[in-house]
Design a binder for this molecule. Structure first.
Ligand code: ADP
Ligand code: MG
Length: 474
């Protein structure tokens, strides 16, 4: 895929002037992060890293990603309701992966007690890369789906203005007009609003489970602001606060600091390091409560890499979404090669193939947040070590997607402006609300494009590798 901005990328002086303009506009628009030095304070902030130019994305692939989002919402929701499928799929993994096992324990516990709430809220983001085909065309391939704490919907609502600004400075007004408007924060807030309404208590709040050190607070504030504009109040609390001050009444209604909670929105709780024993207790309390959880523990489990891998197995989508062959076909078309590493012949064969062609595979543990996957020589060493151990079942293997690189400038505080070879990852935000057996909301609510230099195999914006971007449809 050509860059589209080749001649602009050759003029170094102009790039520097454009970058200054772009950075000032980003700051003015609120494309912000707290600094790594002061992650708990907003006294000093900087811009969230972003590309100088929007990156070219084939319109057909954008449309395909949008079109399949409601299918993914339905699929995640179906998996979350199928306790037998979750148990069977995760059985080998939870023997070896402590974190997934802890989550699964809570899931079993709440099922046993009986789930107190009939309303379910899903806010997810399905991520894709553009696989380069032999004939030069590109195909949409899913990297993963994030069912907990899917971020950057807030900042992604503000970046279109920055890229329009850059193109307008260049008098490219027609090009500027092609940058899609995007407002995931509003759509995500509408999902929370719907769940809040169905909870049905005018004075109840939204409880946002936040981290102590949160550089990405402005992303979260964008959603909070949308809720407040609808007269829904949000309180931010840590798991520690929950364990100290939250309680359930005899109907399992959740109270935090004496105020009733309608919806719990997790922006924490997706990594092992985020859980002390006390935090696990807090998570259990929240799951047991009558508040609507976003996500509930089963939906978090539905977003594990092991579930993703099992969904690609022949016949599984058909079993989960019976009588919906078109939905199944749309979903399948986005799946890359995914391979189980459970003990047995199938896993042995996958390992042999990955060892024979390491550059074509990625080894993934059951982790979120970037920087956990293994590639190349590191993957080979891990596979050699794991090969004969049951520990391998806590990983999956995935086909490595190879997009066509292109040039762009990645703007970061303190870094020089220079052109580097990049690849992009497109995310589509999905929102759904289910009440009992009925989906009362199922939508896509916007997109996120993240771009990184090709030398980094792994890692998102929060991990300091990728930067925010906008698709320039072609
Ligand atoms: P996480 O839950 O940590 O975000 P991901 O599965 O999204 O895990 O992987 C992290 C990053 O690794 C992705 O953003 C992408 O850059 C890269 N990556 C993951 N899977 C693949 C793949 N199959 N092919 C190429 N790159 C991948
Ligand atoms: Mg990811």
């Amino acid at each position: 895929m050509a860059t589209g901005w080749e001649s602009l990328l050759r003029d170094e002086q102009q790039l520097e002037e454009l970058a200054r303009q772009a950075v000032d506009r980003a700051l003015a628009e609120g494309v912000l992060l707290r600094t790594s030095q002061e992650p708990s304070s907003s006294d000093v902030v900087s811009y969230a890293p972003f590309t100088l130019f929007p990156s070219l994305v084939p319109s057909a692939l954008l449309e395909q990603a949008y079109a399949v989002q409601m299918d993914f919402n339905m699929l995640v929701d179906a998996v979350s309701q199928d306790a037998a499928f979750l148990e069977q799929t995760l059985s080998s993994t939870i023997k070896r992966d402590n974190f997934t096992a802890r989550l699964f324990d809570i899931h079993k516990q709440v099922l046993k007690e009986g789930i107190a709430q009939t309303v379910f809220l899903g806010l997810n983001r399905s991520d894709y890369m553009f696989q380069r085909n032999a004939d030069g065309s590109a195909a949409l391939k899913q990297i993963e789906i994030n069912t907990i704490s899917a971020s950057f919907g807030g900042l992604a609502s503000r970046t279109p203005a920055v890229h329009r600004h850059v193109l307008n400075v260049l008098s490219k007004t027609q090009e500027a007009a092609k940058i899609l408007s995007n407002n995931p924060s509003k759509g995500l807030a509408l999902g929370i609003t719907r769940a809040w309404e169905l909870y049905g208590s005018a004075n109840a709040l939204v409880l946002l489970i936040a981290q102590e050190k949160e550089r990405n607070i402005f992303d979260q504030r964008a959603i909070e602001n949308e809720l407040l504009a609808r007269n829904i109040h949000v309180i931010r609390r840590r798991f520690e606060d929950v364990s100290e001050k939250a309680s359930l009444d005899q109907d399992r209604r959740l109270f935090m600091d004496g105020q009733e909670v309608a919806v719990v929105y997790f922006r924490d709780g997706y990594m092992p390091s985020q859980y002390s024993p006390q935090n696990w207790e807090a998570r259990l309390l929240l799951e047991r409560s009558r508040a609507v959880k976003c996500p509930d523990i089963a939906t978090q489990l539905a977003g594990t890499k092991k579930v993703q891998q099992e969904l690609s197995r022949m016949g599984v989508l058909e079993m989960l979404l019976p009588g919906q062959p078109e939905t199944v076909a749309r979903l399948h078309a986005t799946f890359a090669g995914l391979y189980s590493l459970d003990m047995g012949e199938e896993g042995d064969q996958a390992i042999a193939e990955a060892l024979a062609a390491p550059s074509q595979f990625v080894l993934k543990p059951q982790r979120e947040g970037g920087g956990n996957n293994l590639y190349g020589e590191e993957m080979v060493q891990a596979l050699e070590r794991l090969k004969d151990s049951e520990e391998r079942a806590s990983y999956i293997l995935m086909e490595k997607i190879e997009p066509e690189p292109f040039g762009n400038c990645l703007l970061r505080p303190g870094s020089p402006v220079r052109v580097v070879q990049c690849i992009s990852e497109l995310g589509i935000f999905g929102v759904y609300v289910r009440q009992g057996k009925t989906l009362v909301m199922n939508k896509h609510v916007g997109h996120l494009l993240r771009t990184k230099a090709i030398e980094h195999a792994d890692g998102g914006v929060a991990a300091g590798v990728a930067v925010l971007d906008n698709p320039y449809p072609v």
